[in-house]
Write a protein that binds this ligand. Structure first.
Ligand SMILES: NC(=O)C1=CN([C@@H]2O[C@H](COP(=O)(O)OP(=O)(O)OC[C@H]3O[C@@H](n4cnc5c(N)ncnc54)[C@H](O)[C@@H]3O)[C@@H](O)[C@H]2O)C=CC1
Ligand SMILES: O=C(O)C(=O)COP(=O)(O)O
Length: 387
């Protein structure tokens, strides 16, 4: 029996996918699997029972990926499962930016006791007027699951769309409308576009990329949208840009003391993925991936280990080894089994950056001695007897 712990509320539709070999525990230290959304895990103690963390969502900046990798804990996310939810809110964000819909609604609320509200409306409404999206130039930084969807729908709305992503995947490129213009560098987006939306992960290389220098290259009156992570922007610089009239509006999905209530900011309480559909999709995908890993050792959609899938084990045993991506490891693993006369029937070794994962199916189940020999090999982080 495997135990899982939910660090955030996870959609019931997803949790119902767990089979009878899995049960929910209220004790995180007992769990082999943790399901999480945005809860911060960096300061958490990770118990030795923990084998997998599944992020029901895209961003994994709340999870200590390297620490998990070194402990042989596989971290999964659910690529694309909430992209449509975010795309729809980005479109709403663009509309909230070009017209003062929020200001208008607030005015109506303030005038609700005015018996002449209909007449007052016609007098006041010019204060909340704006512009349209059609024919405006939209720049998208990051053409992943969300960026591609935003690009395609913006094209349908009659916008001129520019996309920038130096690492665009083949899948994303296939899905992208051919009418989207390929920006060769991010400066082209800054210099050309009326509205700029950012859809990249928060990494050391992307942190603070929307800063004073980037803003200075943008067109006067630019609209910025940030539905990715607040730390991608230096928001003090953004507020300065708003004050100087350089930035017309900043729409963000990440409230913090800098932007909440600030002039020129439209701040949404992190609602991008908060739709029934996205929550269900993410939870179903996270549960499926976690079950497959805990039961079979197969890794699909991990962010800190490579994909490695050998299906269901039909042999007497399966051992999974987490190790450094260095020379000679496979020879040493094979020797441990060979010395005991155990036949390896199938094997897969995959690497991702500095770490690697090896699955070995064997004709006779491995005993404790072999496991401790494997564990003692320099560069091995963890050995797991899957079967
Ligand atoms: N507001 C919300 O509720 C949500 C926010 N997010 C945020 O949006 C981000 C993107 O999500 P997805 O599109 O699903 O992820 P994704 O992984 O499908 O796409 C990210 C894209 O960014 C590109 N990229 C990386 N570094 C770049 C750079 N320096 N310049 C240009 N492109 C770069 C990658 O090549 C990739 O194509 C997530 O990492 C997360 O932080 C995601 C889902 C919900
Ligand atoms: O998937 C993501 O990256 C998100 O930001 C969504 O976060 P949430 O699951 O709504 O806490």
């Amino acid at each position: 029996m495997f135990q899982y712990y939910c660090l955030n509320p996870i959609s019931q539709i997803g949790l119902e996918k767990f089979t009878e070999e899995f049960e929910n525990t209220q004790d995180v230290n007992q769990a082999q699997g943790i399901l999480v959304r945005s809860a911060a895990m960096h300061d958490m103690e990770l118990s030795n029972n923990l084998l997998a963390v599944a992020r029901a969502g895209a961003g994994v900046n709340n999870i200590p990926l390297d620490k998990c990798a070194e402990k042989g804990i596989v971290v999964f996310n659910t690529p694309g499962a909430n992209a449509n939810g975010v795309k729809e809110l980005v479109i709403a964000g663009m509309l909230l930016a070009v017209r003062d819909i929020v200001g208008g609604i607030n005015w109506v609320e303030s005038a609700k006791d005015n018996a002449d509200i209909a007449k007052a409306t016609e007098k006041e409404k010019k204060r909340f007027a704006g512009t349209e999206l059609t024919d405006k130039k939209l720049g998208i930084i990051g053409l992943g699951a969300i960026g591609v969807k935003v690009a395609n729908v913006a094209k349908h709305m009659g916008m001129e769309v520019y996309g920038y992503d130096p690492y665009v995947s083949v899948d994303a490129a296939w899905n992208l409308s051919r009418d989207v213009k390929h920006a060769l560098n991010v400066e082209e987006i800054y210099e050309t576009c009326d509205i700029i939306t950012i859809h990249v992960p928060l990494l050391d290389s992307t942190r603070g990329m929307i800063n004073k220098e980037a803003i200075s290259k943008m067109k006067d009156g630019v609209i910025l949208l940030n539905f990715a992570r607040d730390l991608l922007a230096n928001e003090e610089d953004v507020l300065e840009g708003i004050k100087e009239g350089k930035i017309r509006r900043y729409v963000t999905d990440f409230p913090n003391p800098t932007t909440a209530g600030a002039e020129g900011c439209v701040v949404i309480p992190h609602l991008g993925a908060s739709t029934e559909e996205s929550e269900d999709n993410c939870a179903k995908m996270a549960v499926k991936q976690m079950m497959n890993y805990l039961k079979n050792g197969n890794i699909i959609n991990s962010v800190n280990y490579p994909n490695c899938d050998m299906g269901i084990c039909s042999q007497a045993g399966r051992v999974a080894i987490f190790h450094k991506n260095i020379a000679n490891m496979i020879t040493k693993f094979a020797a441990c089994f060979g010395d005991e006369g155990i036949n390896i029937t199938d094997m897969m070794n995959k690497s991702k950056g500095e770490v690697a994962y090896t699955m070995i199916d064997i004709e006779t189940a491995a005993d404790a001695e072999i496991i401790s020999k494997l564990q003692a090999i320099k560069g091995v982080f963890r050995v797991r007897v899957v079967k």
